[in-house]
Design a binder for this molecule. Structure first.
Ligand code: 8IG
Length: 287
């Protein structure tokens, strides 16, 4: 088997690359992370509610992370202590729709878990398929339907010392962590997250199909990171901010600006939720 010529060498050895990332990360931190929090669109502005950064650096400084694109800026790694626990915040993520490989999409999560995080919180913004869900609402991901056609475990076998790539995904979004979240905020709904590649939104017919398959939410992230985290033995909590009704659920067409505005309006609530929830998740990994 030969890798495609234009593939970066890193993509061939994703676990070794994540190990290098973790070694570099640990040199920068005063303590290994216990919890890793990935802040997706809509959630980034809520990061400051967790407290003041102890250490912060551009993700691109660490091995295996992508250089920032010319247009946008790259992601940031921030470490801080929350309620006596060491927390690593990943501000920004990589998506398949950017033309990135599954290994690139999950690299930050792999790095965080190999560095020590036993709990991974994956946040995202999503469209509501279930009409009972409202924009501005936060939904606990109970399970996902991975319709990306991709897996972070495709390719060469994980090296010695890693679990089999034929990983069990029963209770992927650990019921224990969902219970902790519900105890912090009993108003949180639960739903099934359908992950698609995007970047286009769905047609109304696709949304109708997703609804009949049991999906409540639809988005373009999270599923591959959850799989990679579970493969490495971490517990996963998924939090979706509903920013729009999926196509056809509402008679209005989707407007990206409105999606962003709904995210901004929710920032104070997201901040409060993260600040109360994250310290309670540390040390609560039953795996
Ligand atoms: I925010 O309606 C957000 N992300 N696929 N569909 C998909 N992704 C989304 C949507 C949506 N809203």
């Amino acid at each position: 088997m030969f890798p495609a010529v234009d593939q970066p060498a890193d993509a061939i050895e994703p676990f070794a690359t994540a190990e290098r990332g973790a070694r570099d990360l640990l040199r920068r931190l005063s303590a290994p992370p216990e919890v890793a929090v990935v802040l997706g669109s809509g959630w980034r502005q809520a990061a400051d509610a967790l407290g003041e950064a102890e250490t912060e650096c551009p993700m691109a400084e660490l091995p295996g992370f992508l250089a920032p694109t010319v247009a946008g800026h790259g992601g940031t790694l921030r470490s801080l202590r929350v309620g006596g626990h060491s927390v690593l915040v990943l501000l920004g993520r990589t998506h398949l729709y950017e033309g990135r490989s599954p290994a690139e999409v999950v690299h930050a999560v792999r790095t965080a878990v190999i560095a020590g995080a036993s709990v991974v919180v994956l946040t995202n913004a999503a469209g509501a398929i279930n009409p009972a869900l409202n924009p501005g609402e936060v939904v606990l991901v109970r399970d996902h339907i991975n319709l990306t056609g991709a897996s972070p475990l495709t390719g060469t076998e994980p090296p010695a010392g890693y679990r089999s790539r034929f990983v069990d995904l029963t209770d992927l979004y650990t019921s224990h962590l969902r219970q902790v979240a519900t105890s912090v905020d009993p108003s949180l709904a639960e739903g099934v997250y359908a992950a698609l590649r995007g970047p286009h939104y769905e047609t109304p017919a696709e949304v109708a199909m997703l609804r009949s398959t049991g999906a409540d939410l639809v988005g373009m992230s999270t599923a591959l990171e959850a799989i990679a985290a579970r493969h490495l033995g971490a517990s996963v909590l998924g939090l979706s901010l509903v920013t729009n009704l999926a196509a056809g659920v509402s008679p209005e067409p989707l407007d990206h600006a409105e999606v962003l505005a709904a995210g901004t309006a929710a920032v104070p609530r997201l901040g409060r939720l993260l600040a109360t929830l994250v310290p309670r998740l540390a040390g609560s990994s039953p795996l």
